[in-house]
Ligand binder design. Structure first.
Ligand code: RB5
Length: 152
């Protein structure tokens, strides 16, 4: 088992702690960037902490949880070593590892119940990237950000 990095905002502290417990029970090492309280905190700051922690750790996986998982996924995908997916079902949890080589799972504490979220995490952690044609497709992702007015 490898290492999973976790961070949340105030909206998902309880869910994050449950997911940390699940990952540890499955034998994964955990790095947790908090927060410890429900005081309001900005999700991009938490995504950045996780991004910094995962720098140079290409085998590691990450979990970011906020109210919906959407803001966290948008913030995480600004970092070119992260491929984040907002997931709310088991099929996507497997597919985004197998096909997209997602290395960060994002979920919403206000949109996914804790039982389903733990199963989504379990599936995500148990699934490997298939490579092949999926790698060819990932290689077509442009490096860096593209300005809308200059992209073909
Ligand atoms: C915080 O209220 C909320 O906006 C945040 O947790 C997240 O849902 C953003 O995408």
């Amino acid at each position: 088992m490898g290492t999973v990095h976790f961070a949340s905002d105030h909206a998902a502290v309880a869910l994050r702690l449950e997911l940390v417990e699940r990952a540890e029970a499955l034998g994964w090492n955990v790095v947790d960037y908090g927060p410890e309280t429900n005081d309001s905190i900005d999700y991009p700051d938490q995504a950045q902490k996780l991004a910094q922690g995962m720098l140079g750790a290409s085998e590691d996986l990450g979990v970011l949880v906020c109210g919906t998982g959407i803001g966290m996924s948008m913030a995480a995908n600004r970092f070119d070593h992260l491929r984040a997916a907002a997931v709310s079902d088991l099929f996507s949890a497997a597919a985004t590892r197998a096909h997209n080589n997602a290395n960060v799972l994002c979920m919403g504490a206000r949109t996914v119940g804790p039982g389903l979220a733990a199963e989504i995490l379990t599936t995500f952690l148990a699934t490997s990237f298939e490579g092949g044609r999926h790698q060819r497709r990932l290689d077509k992702f442009p490096a860096g950000l593209i300005r809308g007015d200059t992209h073909d």
